[in-house]
Structure formats: C-alpha cells, structure tokens
Design a protein around this ligand. Structure first.
Ligand code: SF4
Ligand code: SF4
Length: 395
C-alpha cells in the first residue's frame, strides 16, 4: 500500500488509489444522476441534507476527509459515518454502484488513522478485548439461557443456535432468544449453544471500518465452529446472517446458515410448528434492511405472520419490502447520537404508526432496540415484538 500520510491534501490521487484498493472500485461508474440521494433514508429526514451522489466523485478525486480545517474535517468524518449501510441507494442506482462499500473504504482509511468517532472506537476495542461490543463479561454470555435447559453444542446436534450479542446481553432482547428456544424445544429441534465460547460475528466492526479486528473475530468464530463440529447455524440477527452466509466463506467457513424466520416459516409449512392460540392484534411488519434488501428474505416473515390465527397483517404503504426504510441502527448507527429532529428512526416509526397497528413486528435485534429506545420518549400506544416472540405467545 502507498504512503497514506498525506490525508489532508485537497485532491489526492494517492488517497484515491488507496480507497480503490480498499473497496471503492465502483467510483468511475457513477454519472451523477442523484437517484441514490433520493433513495437514501436521510432524504426522508427532511431537515437534513445528505449528498450521497457526491461520494463517488469525491473519492475519485481523492478528496475524502481532505479538509485542512479541524472543524471541516470533523464534518466530513461525520458524513462518512452517517451512512447506515442500508443499501437503498444501491437498489436504485442504474449502475449498481455500492455507495456503502465506497464509504466503508473511507472508513477503513479513517480507522487506520484513528480518526473516527470515539463511541465507535470503544465498540471496536470492546469487541477486540471481550468478544462483544458492549464490553460485557464473556463468562456471562449464556446467562440469558439459565433455567431453560439449553444444551451446550456438541457433535451430533443438528443446529447451533447463535443468538447474537444483543439477545445474549441486553435485557429486552434476551426475551427474543428465550422465545426462540421455547419454539425450538416445542418443535423438538436438535439444537445447542456455544455460550461462553461464542464471539461477536464482527459485522458491525467491519461496517465501522476496523477490518483487522473483523478478520480476527471471524477466524476465531470459524475455528470454534469447526472444532465443535458445527454444520448448520440458526441465527436471530440478520447481521450475523449476512456475515456468516456472505462474508465468512471468504475466510474458509463452510456451514449452512438459516435465519429464524426462514426456519420457522418452513416448520409452519411442514406442519411441525402449530400455532394454536389466537393473536387478536393489528400487526405491521418492518423489513430489516439486512434481511430484506441484502438477502432477499421478504416472504418468510410475512408467511409466519399471515399464518397466525386472529392476526390482522398490515404493510407500510409504498415503503415495504425492497423500499422499506432503515431503522437507522446499521453500520454503527445504533451507537451514534443525532439531533432529535435529525433521526431516521423517527421517520420510520411514524410510517409504521400511521398504519394504525397495535404492534410493530421485527426480525432483527437492532431494529427492536432502536425502536424501543425511541418509543420510550414518545407518548404512544404501540409496542414492538420480534416475530419469534409473537410465535411463542401462540404456542
Ligand atoms: S445513483 Fe448511482 S450513478 Fe446515480 S449518482 Fe448515485 S451512485 Fe452515481
Ligand atoms: S447505504 Fe443507505 S444510508 Fe448509506 S448512503 Fe446508501 S441509502 Fe444512504
């Protein structure tokens, strides 16, 4: 790699070349049509102007994080870290340009220079030190499963259930892992957990730009899975799903990955999961970007909800499936604070609440956390549930 010292030069071919090497190879395909900007969730936050169309051009000029003025430089870094990696821009770009990859290349450079938000530095450090972004003790990782009679994974067990760091440690999300276990036990599925041997999948670390730490946790997980004889992994989080399925194979992983909505939809279709109790509520489904746009899993969550007796299924008009709006938690967004009237989550919650639903159904721990935390400060009568929790109530 070339010398990177000249980070503050205004137009810099060396920086451009480094960014291309780090993943921004799409930049020359851009013809500045601007469709990405209007597809971006920040466009819906009307008070905030987010110039997505400029990122390719600025990268081509090597003019990324290029200001000599500290305040201006901080603003540039803030812009780079506003992206929540939702891929709505990629979905609409006529040339299939991945702006989140271009921005991730910029992030990798900023991480190399230790010039990125302090909150995110802490996430990276904690994951490096103790295997999760919250800095929680590794020995407490399986506390959520206490009293549930969940076996440790060993040879001969069919599925490894990998709950993700949020359901492992965060009180509200632990209920999702517990409901998932309840469903699996009811259906007599052969499964176990790795518990204290589990390490964060590393998805958020990679999106932040800390590629070296990502590679470290990835290799540790793959080794643990291989040593334990894991062949099939069942995950609660779309973030673990996309990382295990689409990114771990580059590092030698060869296990099958299923999201819980895929598996539970299959169990319903084959008659193994019976939903006996009525759930007399109006439910709107929020498509998580990482499950939907990134992995094309749109129908399975809907199939589950539409099979629940008594449930009235609702959609957000115009903003569902591949046009769904991000909750704002991806790519480190869960940990970043924006002004109250500059938040994607508020726009998405309004869309969901306008449907008249009693319940927002999600299939991602990040969406659950983001919505619940925001709703706490709002005087509204709507609750958020993971699809696994709804199923569990109907057993
Ligand atoms: S939509 Fe694609 S081609 Fe158009 S400005 Fe955005 S990145 Fe460039
Ligand atoms: S990935 Fe999402 S947040 Fe990032 S630039 Fe594209 S549309 Fe905007």
């Amino acid at each position: 790699m070339k010398d990177k010292k000249n980070l503050t030069t205004e137009i810099n071919p060396e920086i451009r070349d480094i960014l291309i090497e780090m993943g921004a190879e799409d930049i020359y395909k851009c013809y500045q049509c601007g469709k990405c900007t209007s597809a971006c969730p920040w466009f819906q936050v009307e008070i905030y102007d987010y110039p997505v169309f400029k990122f390719s051009l600025e990268t081509a000029l090597g003019a990324v994080a290029s200001s000599e003025d500290k305040k201006e430089l901080d603003k540039e870094i803030e812009l780079i870290y506003r992206c929540v990696g939702c891929e709505a821009c990629l979905e609409q770009c006529p040339h299939g340009i991945s702006t989140p990859n271009i921005l991730r290349a910029a992030r990798r450079l900023l991480v190399d220079f230790d010039s990125y938000p302090e909150t995110l530095k802490s996430i990276v450090q904690k994951t490096h030190n103790v295997g999760n972004p919250f800095g929680e003790h590794r020995e407490n990782r399986a506390d959520w499963a206490k009293g549930l009679n969940v076996p440790d994974f060993q040879q001969g067990i069919e599925y490894l259930y990998f709950p993700c760091c949020l359901p492992a440690y965060e009180t509200r999300n632990q209920k999702v892992a517990q409901a998932t276990v309840g469903i699996l036990q009811k259906c007599e599925v052969s499964f176990g957990i790795l518990g204290v041997k589990e390490t964060c999948c590393g998805e958020v670390i990679r999106r932040i730009g800390a590629e070296n730490i990502f590679e470290e946790v990835t290799k540790a997980n793959i080794k643990e899975f291989k040593d334990s004889g894991v062949k099939k992994v069942l995950v609660t989080s779309p973030h673990c799903f996309t990382t295990f399925k689409n990114e771990y194979p580059d590092f030698g992983a060869d296990f099958e990955v299923l999201h819980t909505t895929q598996y539970f939809s299959h169990l319903i279709d084959t008659g193994k999961l019976k939903l006996n109790k009525s759930f007399d509520k109006k439910v709107v489904y929020h498509d998580p970007c990482t499950l939907g746009r990134k992995n094309n899993i749109y129908e399975e969550p809907r199939n589950i909800l539409k099979n629940i007796p008594g449930l009235e299924f609702l959609e957000v008009e115009n903003f569902n499936r591949n046009l769904s709006l991000c909750c704002g938690a991806g790519s480190g967004g869960l940990w970043l604070e924006w002004e109250k009237d500059e938040r994607i989550v508020n726009v998405r919650l309004k869309q969901l609440m306008d449907t008249g639903a009693d319940i927002i159904a999600v299939a991602c721990p990040y969406c659950l956390q983001m919505f619940e935390e925001t709703l706490k400060s709002m005087d509204v009568d709507i609750i958020v549930m993971d699809i696994s929790e709804i199923i569990f109530e109907c057993l």
